[in-house]
Design a protein around this ligand. Structure first.
Ligand code: ADP
Length: 242
């Protein structure tokens, strides 16, 4: 078991965004987290990655309790994440954005030269890997939205995470780029990385994932292979209200 929550709960005012959610994601697999708008997927992601502190319940990663841990500690434990809307610095170049991604707060400017050289080499390698090496010196704000998404994925990879959580990787991305992102996920998964993906594009979810967790009103209502959850009456009801 890699990432697991038990009765995780987070409320905002009177709204239980995540409501006693007990979820297990499978290690080494592409896991998808789907559900109607407002079903708590982003809040769940935020709780598990240290962006939001859950009210109660637990989150464990590889047997370690990460409940309420700060984001940098969770990242150090091996979980990397992207954001629904890219999180990059628009006035920095692609290369600079990747170098910032690996610097712990307070360490800026204090790195050893050897470490810095290694980071630059890794950043260049990752820009190649996602196919935007020609944009290394371009400012992020001059890149297309899809290129920014690829840059963000490269940023996630800078810390060499064993588990990668992607929030809507296909959102606002054109079909050609979508294919590239899907291929990258497959490659990285084949290398042994676990994925947890929140995604609205059902074709992508069905073709990419091994294991699907369906949320409704803050908790899982169905779990299984894409085929299993697609045939589940509770899932149809949650999506269609039938
Ligand atoms: P999803 O990602 O599935 O669309 P969210 O986690 O964004 O769902 O939202 C779940 C519920 O929590 C929604 O009713 C939403 O309005 C509410 N919510 C999420 N974040 C906040 C917040 N920061 N303040 C108040 N309510 C929030």
């Amino acid at each position: 078991m890699s990432l697991q929550t038990t009765e995780l709960t987070k409320s905002f005012g009177g709204v239980r965004a995540v409501d006693s959610a007990t979820v297990t994601f499978l290690p080494g697999k592409v896991n998808a987290l789907i559900g109607p708008n407002g079903s708590g997927k982003t809040t769940f992601f935020n709780c598990v990655t240290g962006m939001v502190r859950p009210d109660s319940g637990t989150a464990r990663y590889r047997g370690r309790d990460i409940t309420g841990a700060p984001a940098h500690r969770i990242a150090r434990a091996g979980i990397g994440r992207s954001f629904q809307l890219c999180r990059i610095f628009p006035r920095m170049t692609a290369l600079e954005n990747l170098l910032v991604a690996v610097r712990a707060p307070g360490l800026l400017g204090k790195l050893l030269p050897a470490r810095q050289r290694a980071d630059v080499a890794r950043a260049q390698h990752l820009l190649e890997r996602v196919g935007i090496e020609h944009l290394a010196e371009a400012q992020a704000r001059d890149m297309s939205y899809g290129q920014q998404k690829l840059l963000e994925l490269a940023g996630v990879l800078m810390t060499d995470p064993e588990t990668i959580m992607l929030d809507e990787p296909a959102g606002g991305v054109n079909p050609a780029l979508l294919e590239r992102i899907a291929a990258l996920v497959r490659e990285l998964n084949a290398e042994g990385r676990t994925f947890v993906i929140v995604e609205h594009n059902m074709d992508l979810v069905m073709s990419l994932s091994d294991h699907v967790v369906v949320f409704d009103r803050g908790r899982p209502i169905a779990t299984g292979t894409p085929g299993e959850v697609r045939a589940d009456p509770a899932v149809l009801e949650a999506y269609l209200g039938v």
